[in-house]
Design a binder for this molecule. Structure first.
Ligand code: NAD
Length: 265
């Protein structure tokens, strides 16, 4: 299947590792020009170099650093970015923490990185996409946005907020060729999650392998996959949604969660 992504330009936030990196890689393989992002210049340069090997003929990759917890860095990023066709709001943070230990500052930080990152980028690019009558905005939320994890309620809340922003924005696309959708991954083996499982294991005196088994047995018992998804499995769906071929899908929340969320639609 030709996903018709040659010549399109995409920006993927938080893409030096994990799901964002896999999305950038997949878009590049399909011929899109991709701009990646992370906080550190050195990590960004290293990721750009690794991604160059994946680029289809004619596709290019570059990077712009910005920390989404800092509004001035986001403004500087927006000033540097060219016109884009595809915006993937992937940057996100997560950390298990007891509800009573989550301070106001942490609530605000989670909202700034997980929600306002996408809001600020979409506020800049959405009108431009409407003006040229083509665009794709994809929010990377989580099944945790509908199954709020008791061990990180702040995280789940930000993921629900992304669903609301995405659907609200999609309402403004009526009659155009711009689409706004959300992809909801389930437990996925990114670098961030490997650290998370290690932390869970350490807290419970288990090896990372035992902690993974325990996680599916006790924390995510409804998983049909009964394993972490690979980052590539998430990127496959995102790449399709980014493609002109997905024109019939708008205002949707699409699960790629291995069946964890136990509802049909
Ligand atoms: P990860 O921690 O492996 O990677 C996160 C990326 O975001 C990194 O490139 C990091 O540099 C970047 N980042 C973090 N904070 C940033 C900031 N302040 N400014 C700029 N960049 C920043 O994470 P991941 O597991 O690949 O998660 C990516 C997205 O997928 C997140 O939005 C996450 O909520 C979502 N998600 C992940 C899972 C999972 O199980 N891995 C499940 C559901 C949803």
């Amino acid at each position: 299947m030709d996903l018709q992504l040659h010549g399109k330009t995409a920006f993927v936030s938080g893409s030096t590792q994990g799901i964002g990196f896999a999305i950038a890689q997949s878009l590049l393989k399909e011929g899109a020009n991709v701009i990646i992002n992370g906080r550190s210049e050195s990590k960004l340069a290293e990721a750009v170099q690794r991604l160059q090997e994946s680029a289809a003929s004619g596709a290019s990759v570059s990077g712009v650093a910005a920390d989404f917890s800092k509004a001035d860095e986001v403004n500087a990023l927006l000033a540097k970015l060219p016109d884009i066709d595809i915006l993937v709001n992937n940057a996100g943070i997560f950390e298990p923490k007891a509800f009573t230990d989550i301070s106001d500052e942490e609530w605000f930080r989670f909202f700034e990185v997980n929600v306002l990152s996408g809001v600020r980028l979409a506020r800049h690019f959405f009108p431009k996409m409407i003006a040229k009558d083509w665009g794709r905005i994809i929010f990377i939320s989580s099944e945790s946005g509908v199954n709020i994890p008791e061990e990180m309620i702040h995280y789940g809340t930000t993921k629900t907020a992304q669903l609301a922003v995405s659907r609200g924005l999609a309402e403004l696309t009526k009659g155009t060729n711009v689409t706004v959708n959300t992809v909801m991954p389930g437990p996925t083996k990114s670098e961030g999650v490997a650290d998370f499982v290690k932390q869970l294991g350490e807290a419970n005196n288990m090896s990372a392998e035992q902690a993974e088994k325990d996680f599916f047995k006790n924390a995510r018992p409804t998983s049909l996959l009964q394993r972490f998804a690979s980052v590539e499995e998430i990127a496959n769906l995102v790449t399709y949604v980014a493609s002109p071929l997905s024109s019939g899908t708008n205002g949707s929340a699409l699960k790629v969660d291995g069946g964890v969320a136990k509802f049909i639609i």
